[in-house]
Design a protein around this ligand. Structure first.
Ligand SMILES: Cc1ncc(COP(=O)(O)O)c(C=O)c1O
Length: 363
């Protein structure tokens, strides 16, 4: 069972389909690694991938879907280049963990940043309520990270913000894990390598009116309008990654039954692990406050001394039993189980059983 934080598990039927077509796509007579991005096969792929994303996420007509490269990390720069540079305003950032802090560091290179809230002093254990946010009414935009992959804190509800301030979100690690009200977002982005597909592709969903704010003179590949005008075909896109996203979106729709069904399953997976943590406070401690717990990245540690040693033993023993990717991020330590869409409930139950056995062994 693959609990890696990203790149991460892909659905088995998707891998099998990608394998079956890897050498030759019957309808083309060539591999998906070999075909032109301007040919009719790929035109069908990118159009259906977008249509499926639109259907799954109920993306409104007012929003464009773009396929970019450069990871979510490039979006840390592109968002302020396109929406902050030259405005004379501040961009407001809600800082809930390591990824938000990285986004802030890039935005500061482009203009003024106002920290609307930070959880740093508390050790990034929770997300804030709307009432705690210090948001200027004339902010160029407000930026949130819907799920902090490293700390394992996630917004259950994105706080209400003044309607005039565009809401921008890094949804890298919970995009497609549940329905999201896209009407509320001016721009939402995410690397594909958690729930959507392989690494090398970033999905950006941007509302039309924000495109009008973009200053002229940006490099073509740094300007969202380039991707909108060319339907993401200005240059050679990551053809294979987009093909896999197509397969993943078909799987989500046809085998899972859409994002509400996916969300219910993800909720069950997460509560399977959190309930073991809560049952055994003498052995495990969860990182996040219960109200902010991530449904994607379950972060916890063992509390017996010497600190860290049992965490390492846990990760090693789990690996021997076929469960990989459980080591916490180097900046936080401990254990992290990333239970994205493609990690099956059975795999999560196996980890929960292992957690109980491991606890019995050290008591
Ligand atoms: C929430 C979040 N934002 C940004 C990133 C950076 O993404 P990338 O490596 O695609 O640039 C990650 C990667 O794990 C992430 O989890």
């Amino acid at each position: 069972v693959n609990f890696s934080p990203g790149p991460s598990a892909l659905p088995l039927p998707v891998l099998e389909e990608a394998q079956a077509t890897l050498v030759t796509l019957p309808e083309v007579g060539a591999s998906p690694l070999e075909v032109s991005h301007r040919g009719s096969w790929f035109t069908g792929v990118i159009e259906e991938a977008e249509a499926n994303l639109r259907e799954l996420l109920a993306i409104p007509e007012t929003h464009r879907v773009c396929f970019l490269q450069g990871g979510a990390t490039l979006q840390f720069s592109m968002v302020p280049m396109n929406l902050l540079r030259g405005t004379g305003r501040a961009a407001a950032y809600v800082v809930t963990g390591s990824w938000s802090e990285k986004a802030v560091a890039e935005a500061e290179k482009e203009g003024r940043v106002r920290i609307a809230w930070t959880g740093r002093e508390e050790g990034f254990v929770r997300v804030p309520d709307a009432a705690e946010l210090d948001l200027p009414r004339d902010a160029a935009y407000a930026h949130v990270t819907t799920n902090e992959t490293i700390q394992g804190v996630e917004f259950r509800e994105i706080p209400a913000i003044d309607g005039a301030v565009p809401l921008v979100a890094d949804a890298s690690s919970d995009l497609l894990s549940r329905p999201m009200d896209l009407d509320r977002f001016g721009l939402l982005y995410g690397g594909a390598q958690k729930n959507a597909g392989p690494a090398g592709l970033t999905i950006v969903i941007v509302r039309d009116d924000l495109l009008e704010r973009i200053p002229d003179g940006l490099g073509a590949m740094l300007d969202y309008r380039t991707f909108v005008r060319s339907s993401s075909l200005y240059n050679t896109p990551p053809v294979f990654a987009i093909y896999v996203v197509l397969l993943v979106t078909r799987w989500l729709r046809d085998e899972i039954g859409g994002l509400k069904a996916m969300a219910d399953l993800n909720e069950e997976k997460a509560s399977t692990l959190y309930s073991v943590i809560d049952e055994m406070p003498d052995v495990y401690r969860g990182h996040a406050d219960p109200g902010s717990r991530s449904r994607m990245n379950v972060t916890f540690r063992t509390i017996r001394l010497p600190a860290g040693e049992l965490d390492r033993a846990f990760v090693e023993q789990a690996e021997r039993e076929g469960m990989i990717g459980l080591k916490g991020h180097r900046s936080v330590g401990g254990i992290r189980a990333s239970i994205y869409n493609a990690v099956p409930l059975d795999g999560v139950r196996k980890l929960a059983a292992f957690m109980r056995e491991f606890a019995a062994g050290i008591r």
